[in-house]
Design a protein around this ligand. Structure first.
Ligand code: SF4
Length: 432
């Protein structure tokens, strides 16, 4: 197989830290996957990915440990069940996230997420962007996740019978955390795709390669950015809304008890566990599963479903959620276990933190990123950990960690920096 590195990224493939191995990201709209698709992913994982599937904080799945010869067969097997991963990595519009699939009005949010996801996946107009472009939809602003998107959409009350959204833009974490700003209020749903396209058309030719939208806004200022976007007539175009029978496919939970969640430490899900969850989804939850922003798997009971039966099935499948590592809310990126940029063994560090804290750890939400790219969103946790650099020591290069805590701003900030692992554990114990 000979395919350029850039093209591999567009197909959702990154080289892994370990030479000769690759990661295939599976791009899911709003983190939703059918049981049939999940079974296919589980089978591929068993055959080619050391039996593991990684769940990401953006509701994607990742298959690590693929060899070069696996890439085309795996992509073909995923495509056979409708899993198209174009734009899952690289300079493209990434998978659209929605962290509010149990909220009131969730079916409309799900439908919108699918529409945007479908519109930009494989759309050649938007496949040569300077860097990734992230779109997210949230029911409200409480999680702060709308602030970390290139475009974050928040529903506001309908007017004239039309769904409307506040549009936030140019946010992002990484090495230069920047909260998004409110670009436009109460935008009719029919205008959202043209508005996002207008933002992308401004971003693409005016931003150096490797830079996010936040860089452009920093250069020209929010007012000028807003002027250039909203002065473009294309931003005011309205596309017709045509109802679709399959716009939303998730069962609507009758109550909180009708929402099931399988806790998955560090998002590391074994293929047998995924297959078991797919079977539970088939039997109890309308055949649909969701990868959550906390790297777990959620399901909604279908009409008439019995929560006790479904919970029993979840427990028998090994997802009783009784282990300390299941009970502590801890977002964990792959770190140097697999990621080429990783500076620390994130899963091991997280386990050490959990062991050290015991039940006290449950009082806070945690996140650890294996490098300052901050994929685990430590700035949105109550206690965030970032492996910030490596230090040369007689025993080899060892990581140093920064500890983040919420402050006055929208994002948590480092309160202690350059900690050794021992000092980090001490600092975490003092917090909890
Ligand atoms: S935060 Fe760094 S180490 Fe972790 S997944 Fe992202 S790039 Fe890799």
């Amino acid at each position: 197989m000979s395919i350029a590195k850039q093209n591999l990224r567009l197909e959702g493939i990154y080289p892994q830290r370990q030479p000769e191995f690759f990661m295939q990201r599976v791009k899911l709209p709003a983190g939703i996957i059918s049981s049939q698709q999940a079974l296919q992913v589980a089978e591929i994982a068993e055959r080619s990915a050391r039996g593991l599937v990684h769940l990401t904080t953006r509701g994607s799945m990742e298959l690590h440990w693929l060899r070069q010869d696996d890439l085309i067969p795996v992509a073909t097997q995923l495509a056979a069940v409708g899993l198209v991963n174009r734009g899952a990595c690289g300079g493209a519009v990434r998978g659209v996230v929605c962290g509010s699939l149990a909220a009131a009005g969730a079916p409309a949010l799900e439908a919108l997420a699918r529409k945007i996801h479908r519109h930009f996946t494989g759309n050649p107009r938007f496949e040569a962007l300077p860097k990734k472009f992230k779109v997210g939809i949230e029911a409200d602003t409480s999680s702060g996740r709308h602030l970390i998107q290139d475009v974050g959409l928040i529903p506001v009350p309908a007017e004239e019978g039309r769904a409307r959204f506040d549009v936030w833009t140019a946010g992002g974490l990484g090495r230069e955390p920047t909260p998004g700003f409110l670009l436009a209020q109460g935008v009719a749903e029919e205008r959202l795709l043209p508005l996002i396209e207008t933002i992308l058309r401004l971003y693409q030719p005016n931003t150096p390669p490797g830079k996010r939208l936040k860089h452009l806004v920093r250069e020209i200022g929010q007012d000028e950015f807003r002027r250039r976007v909203l002065d473009d007539p294309a931003a005011h175009e309205e596309l017709p809304t045509v109802a679709s029978l399959t716009a939303s496919v998730l069962p609507v939970p009758a109550s909180e008890a009708h929402r099931l969640e399988a806790r998955v430490f560090a998002g590391e899900l074994g293929c047998a566990g995924l297959a078991a969850l797919a079977e539970i989804a088939d039997r109890h939850c309308g055949g649909m599963l969701m990868i959550t922003g906390e790297q777990n798997v959620a399901m909604h009971l279908a009409d008439g479903g019995d929560p006790a039966l479904a919970l029993d099935a979840l427990g028998k499948a090994g997802f009783a959620g009784e282990e300390p590592s299941d009970r502590v809310r801890f977002r964990i990126c792959p770190g140097n276990h697999e990621c080429i940029a990783g500076l620390a063994a994130t899963r091991e560090v997280a386990r050490s933190v959990i062991e050290r804290l015991g039940v006290q750890g449950e009082r806070l939400s945690w996140a650890i990123s294996g490098c300052p790219n901050c994929c685990a969103q430590p700035q949105l946790a109550q206690a965030g950990i970032v492996a910030s650099r490596l230090v040369k020591e007689p025993s080899g290069r060892t990581p140093r960690f920064d500890l983040y805590r919420p402050g006055a701003g929208p994002f948590a900030e480092p309160v202690q920096q350059g900690l050794t692992l021992d000092a980090l554990l001490e600092a975490c114990a003092a917090l909890a």
